[in-house]
Ligand binder design. Structure first.
Ligand SMILES: *Cc1c(COP(=O)(O)O)cnc(C)c1O
Length: 385
């Protein structure tokens, strides 16, 4: 475990975000909490019990290993849905353990059938259809073959869901494509009906779609980024507040990332700071060392550009971000001490370093910044900031 920095998770923010989402959707729309990529960097082990505590009983992950991890953290049984990767070896356990999973081709259905017959356990499947993203999903032609196999083996399958994924609901420029996808999905749903199959959950929405295209909410929404307190894109937020009286953000960030000053040094004018010559001191400068580098999740593109908070003031990153350290200019801080708190992401007094402050500089998505937070950093749950 790397303890040169710490990630804190705000319990109140979790509650507030889930309540906000619940109020927005109808009572009969189930929220599936998407906790892939280590719960968007927040930490599966810590986040799952927090969500569970707010009444979430449906979780979505990308692969089998994440599903197993979620199950280990639960205190009461909940639905766990694998949206992506299951190795051949893991398919057997997926079925034995009752995980739900997406079926996006015939070969996966056949594997599932094989293990279901072997163990006399029904496979809980979500039929994922191709509607225009051209990533994963059964196309119209294959659908009848798939339905035929399901109908011939009623003792082996439970059709938990019928779903698709939209190709960029967070951007209005995709409007026409998304609308086409919804239409195509509904057409394919009719075919399902004609074949006598009624899925428990019809679902196509992620965070952005659930707000921008309310008709996509159906029976279940797969909510990732928003439950962590982030909008999918600035556009999605603008769309939400466009006709609201209050223009404030109803979402609360759960996560903060903090470190401490490891060392302090005075540098004279005319001296370069750190590797190479990217930062030249033009006056007397006080430099603080922060023991986090690009190996610890602090992107190198923040060299000479990033900002942190110390004593409630913004301090600039100076010089290049190293493998395990970066330096900041603390000349304006009065009486800085070794061990003083350094906010890398989060609030201190009136100021905040946002994930977007990172992503704007490093040209990453907020999703990317979060997903890159190393697993090794300790996560700690706090009541409030
Ligand atoms: C990641 C993912 C989601 C959640 O997306 P957000 O934009 O984070 O809400 C939903 N569905 C699928 C298939 C996904 O892969």
């Amino acid at each position: 475990m790397n303890n040169s920095s710490i990630i804190t998770l705000n319990k109140e923010a979790v509650k507030s975000n889930i309540n906000f989402l619940r109020k927005k959707f109808c009572k009969n729309v189930k929220i599936s909490s998407v906790v892939k990529a280590n719960a968007y960097g927040h930490g599966i082990e810590q986040i799952v019990p927090l969500f569970e505590n707010e009444g979430i009983d449906h979780f979505s992950v990308f692969d089998y290993n994440e599903a197993a991890k979620v199950q280990k953290c639960l205190s009461t049984p909940a639905s766990i849905m694998i949206m992506g990767w299951i190795s051949n070896k893991n398919m057997e356990d997926t079925i034995k353990r009752g995980f739900e999973f997406f079926v996006f081709n015939i070969s996966r259905l056949q594997k599932a059938l094989h293990y279901s017959q072997k163990h006399q356990v029904k496979a809980k499947i979500h039929i994922e259809v191709e509607t225009g993203m051209n990533r994963l999903g059964i196309n119209l032609k294959e659908l009848s073959i798939l339905l035929d196999i399901i109908n011939k083996n009623p003792q082996n399958f439970i059709v938990k869901g019928f779903c698709t994924h939209l190709a960029g609901a967070e951007s209005i420029s995709n409007y026409k494509r998304i609308k086409e996808q919804i239409k195509k999905y509904k057409k394919m749903l009719l075919i399902l009906k004609e074949n006598g199959i009624v899925p428990q959950y019809r679902h196509i929405a992620n965070s952005a779609a659930s707000f921008v295209y309310p008709e996509t909410r159906m029976d279940l929404v797969r909510i990732g980024i928003m439950q962590y307190g982030f909008w999918s894109s600035p556009e999605t937020f603008m769309y939400y507040i466009r006709n609201k009286q209050k223009k404030t953000d109803p979402l609360q960030r759960i996560l903060a990332w903090k470190s401490k000053i490891m060392s302090i040094k005075d540098v004279k004018p005319g001296e370069f700071i750190g590797y190479g010559m990217s930062f030249l001191a033009q006056s007397n400068i006080k430099v603080a060392l922060v023991p986090v580098g690009y190996s610890g999740g602090y992107n190198r593109s923040l060299s000479n550009k990033g900002k942190v908070l110390i004593h409630g003031q913004q301090c600039a990153v100076i010089g290049t971000v190293n493998m395990n350290m970066f330096m900041v200019n603390i000349s304006r801080i009065s009486e800085p001490k070794i061990g003083d708190e350094v906010i890398i992401i989060g609030k201190q007094y009136d100021l905040e370093i946002k994930v977007s402050a990172f992503s704007n500089i490093s040209d990453e998505l907020n999703y990317e910044v979060l997903a890159h937070l190393p697993k090794e950093i300790k996560r700690k749950i706090i009541k409030n900031t």
